[in-house]
Design a protein around this ligand. Structure first.
Ligand code: SF4
Length: 209
């Protein structure tokens, strides 16, 4: 089983301070590192940036409870990577199928912006996901930070696999699929449309069969 950070992981002081503040302001929220979600025999690993303040940081499940999750889970359901009903709650019974979701940074950062040292520090948990999931053949990298942290984890030079929406890279037996992050900001500004996002998962579905 991949290593998960403890509820009170102390490794990033700025993020510890931020979640301590939110534990006081919203004591019924999760306000802790968000564990990965999905079966350990997943063939597809989806890598996001970090919990959203009122999304995963509130509910405790990746991408659950905010706009990014609405788009991601609707797309996963459409392409058969999830079953059940997504109802914005960790107890909605939704199950991932052949897929698992993890964030590059497990604690919510102020303004959705983790620092370089925080990304580097939290990579130990991403490395352990990669080392202990034996069947992963494909990864969807949501945004540049997820892309860059994944390349570092896999030991690939940035110049050998440039980030771009819809770009694909083969690294050993793993196929990487890049996508702009499915954040509300990206969809509101038109940087990412539903069709663009679906095209990435259509390519993944074709690749995995
Ligand atoms: S971001 Fe990761 S390493 Fe940093 S405190 Fe949270 S769980 Fe620990």
């Amino acid at each position: 089983m991949p290593l998960q950070p403890s509820h009170d992981c102390p490794l990033c002081p700025r993020l510890v301070s931020f979640r301590t503040k939110w534990r006081k302001e919203a004591p019924d929220w999760h306000n802790a590192p968000v564990p990965s979600f999905g079966p350990e025999d997943a063939e597809l690993l989806i890598i996001g940036l970090a919990p959203g303040l009122q999304g995963a940081n509130r509910t405790g499940r990746p991408f659950t409870g905010d706009w990014a999750g609405d788009l991601l889970y609707a797309t996963l359901l459409d392409f058969g990577f999830a079953k059940g009903v997504y109802d914005e709650r960790p107890d909605d019974g939704l199950q991932l199928v052949r897929a698992r979701i993890v964030n590059a940074v497990r604690c919510v950062p102020p303004e959705n912006k983790p620092t370089g040292p925080e990304i580097n520090t939290c990579r130990k948990f991403l490395i352990d996901e990669f080392d202990t999931l034996p069947k992963v053949k494909a990864m969807v990298l949501l945004g540049r930070i997820a892309h860059d942290s994944t390349l570092k984890t896999l030991g690939v030079k940035a110049t050998d696999a440039k980030f771009g929406h819809g770009a694909e890279h083969q690294v050993g037996k793993i196929r990487l699929f890049d996508s702009y992050h499915c954040s509300r900001y990206n969809t509101n500004t038109g940087r990412l449309t539903n069709e663009m996002f679906r095209a990435v998962f259509s390519a993944v579905r074709s690749y995995l069969g």
